[in-house]
Design a protein around this ligand. Structure first.
Ligand SMILES: Nc1ncnc2c1ncn2[C@@H]1O[C@H](COP(=O)(O)OP(=O)(O)OP(=O)(O)O)[C@@H](O)[C@H]1O
Length: 211
């Protein structure tokens, strides 16, 4: 469960938001409206004012690496010298989990990249890299996952396959906040849709047709 109360940072006007575990909140909005700023403030990557609680625990004073969430942006931050399986091993290690090969295999199968497990990021396509980064974020089963344009640059077939993966998180332990320019992502995936306009969070982007 994510609880945000009166969070402000940069262009953001004070924002309050609740995202229960196992559900998805989507945030749409024009370029520069503050979508990335909001995710970074929740993740603790920029300074902010207000309250942020993850799984009932206040994290507002914690540095980003101690917050129980994963933030995934379009830069992906894959290491060129590590195979996909190596990335997942590292994520398991960093999360203090046992280095269980079966868990790594399961998440790679879920992302449809199990056959690429021994490849390096430079040896796979852009869409496959995006799925590898998502696999790395998911393997540690974070209570909160923040996705910044996770489907940008993917073709529609891959995009809709990834929708299925996100839908599989429903009802689980992970709350998910998804930032997207594409309202169809929000309509397909989210229990709550929000529209961010000049730093203000307005309900239900289904009502807005600026795209
Ligand atoms: N580090 C920074 N310092 C100062 N201003 C910033 C910084 N990062 C972003 N901004 C400004 O804050 C505003 C919101 O930026 P943000 O990246 O949150 O927008 P966005 O809605 O994610 O846009 P896009 O859809 O283009 O990614 C923009 O006007 C941007 O120029």
């Amino acid at each position: 469960m994510l609880r945000v109360d009166n969070l402000s940072a940069g262009v953001l006007k004070p924002i309050s938001l609740r995202v229960p575990a196992g559900s998805v909140a989507a945030i749409c909005g024009p370029s520069g409206s503050g979508k990335t700023t909001l995710l970074k403030a929740i993740a603790g990557m920029i300074s902010s004012r207000g309250a942020v609680e993850i799984d009932g625990r206040s994290v507002a004073r914690l540095p980003p690496w101690r917050r129980p969430c994963r933030y995934l942006d379009q830069q992906l931050w894959l290491f060129p010298w590590l195979t996909l399986d190596g990335h997942l091993r590292l994520a398991q290690y960093a999360a203090g989990q046992p280095l269980c090969p079966l868990a790594r295999r399961q998440v790679l199968v879920q992302m449809e990249i199990e056959h690429l497990r021994d490849r390096y990021p430079g040896q796979i396509s852009g869409g496959e890299r995006q799925r590898a980064a998502l696999a790395r974020a998911l393997i540690s089963r974070p209570p909160l996952l923040l996705l910044d344009e996770p489907f940008a640059s993917l073709d529609w077939a891959t995009r809709t396959r990834l929708w299925r993966v996100i839908r599989e998180l429903r009802g689980g332990a992970t709350a998910l906040v998804l930032v997207t320019h594409e309202p169809r992502d929000a309509w397909a995936l989210a229990e709550q849709c929000w529209h961010l306009h000049q730093g203000r969070l307005l309900p239900d982007c289904r009502q807005t047709r600026h795209y």
